[in-house]
Design a protein around this ligand. Structure first.
Ligand code: ATP
Ligand code: MG
Length: 303
């Protein structure tokens, strides 16, 4: 697997012609970097699935270009696209598209075999991924015997099996309870960060904001304001910069999840300040509070 950049430039998608034409995506541009987790949110019908489908080369844009590390996907023929979809993209879509006549192990292993793996290696890898996702006891089950959440996890295993550079997920937690949903999101984050893969998630699920590096809001086919995430230096939580409680000191801005964290930060600065130079204290702020992050996260109370 190579770390690849996906570059979307001035992409528009129109369905149909004339009076009944629907412009689902309008002149959208964005670039996804390796290891980056981007969350795309927005109301129903705003064009999220359409955009994700174009990013994964499942749908041709009406205008604009999508480049995967410099190669324009829109210039490739239908015959050239399947190997790219198979090896570079891992899709986790709303309708799982599992093959009903195959066991879940076969559903996942098949995708590796299609990409060139030997049968035995494909089955071993599929077993390992399914087991990691908590489905080790279900390997021989047909999809119809699984719950919605379990099917979702099979779809995730299938998306991961060929070590794709980009994982594209449409509402990946829609059928999952809160605990499993959170675990799946943490797993996706670990995969992105440890293995240099990019993850693009379309979702209404506010909890996913915690794992995203960037949140984009799509409305009527266009991106509205870009939401920048940052880390609270006291508790380590990911916070939305524009909505966070903030404080500025010596030209540097700090953002917090709550007034409580800001007060703790200022209190510590004041006590540090008594003993030394202010700018040195500010420089050290990150490390001073870093050790608090893990411990404070669990017992953290916001106001
Ligand atoms: N194949 C199609 N033919 C015609 N119009 C379509 C088609 N697919 C989607 N649309 C229209 O394009 C617009 C965007 O649809 P899309 O599925 O991308 O939205 P979405 O943001 O994913 O919505 P949801 O949150 O409900 O899944 C909608 O108005 C939809 O009706
Ligand atoms: Mg959709």
């Amino acid at each position: 697997m190579n770390a690849l950049t996906l570059d979307v430039r001035n992409v528009t998608k129109r369905y149909g012609d004339g009076e009944t034409a629907v412009t689902a995506v309008r002149d959208v541009s964005l670039a996804i970097q390796p290891s980056e987790i981007v969350l795309i949110m927005g109301p129903s019908g705003s064009g999220k699935t359409t955009l994700l489908s174009m990013m994964g080369a499942l749908l041709h844009p009406t205008a604009g270009t999508i480049r995967l590390d410099g190669t324009a996907l829109s210039d490739l023929s239908e015959r050239q696209l399947p190997p790219i979809r198979l090896r570079q993209f891992g899709f986790i879509f709303q309708d799982f598209n599992l093959l009903s006549a195959l066991s879940i192990l076969e559903n996942v292993a098949l995708v590796a075999e299609l990409a060139g793996s030997k049968r035995k290696a494909a089955r071993e890898k599929a077993t390992a991924i399914l087991t990691e996702l908590g489905l080790g006891a279900r390997l021989d089950f047909l999809p119809e015997k699984l719950s919605g959440g379990e099917k979702q996890r099979v779809a995730i295993a299938r998306a991961l099996i060929n070590d794709p550079a980009l994982i594209l997920a449409d509402e990946p937690t829609a059928n999952l309870d809160s605990k499993i949903g959170h675990e799946i999101m943490r797993l996706l984050r670990r995969i992105a960060k440890e293995q240099g893969r990019s993850v693009v998630i379309v979702s209404h699920d506010q909890r996913i904001r915690d794992i995203a590096d960037r949140v984009l809001w799509l409305e009527d086919g266009r991106f509205k304001d870009v939401i920048t995430m940052t880390t609270d230096p006291v508790c380590g939580m990911t916070v939305e910069r524009d909505r966070a409680v903030s404080v500025e000191r010596d030209g540097e801005a700090f953002y917090f999840c709550s007034k409580g964290c800001r007060e703790e930060f200022l209190g510590r600065l004041r006590s540090e300040d008594m003993g030394g130079c202010r700018s040195a204290v500010l420089q050290r702020a990150g490390s001073v509070f870093a050790h608090l992050a893990s411990g404070a996260r669990d017992g953290h109370a916001s106001d």
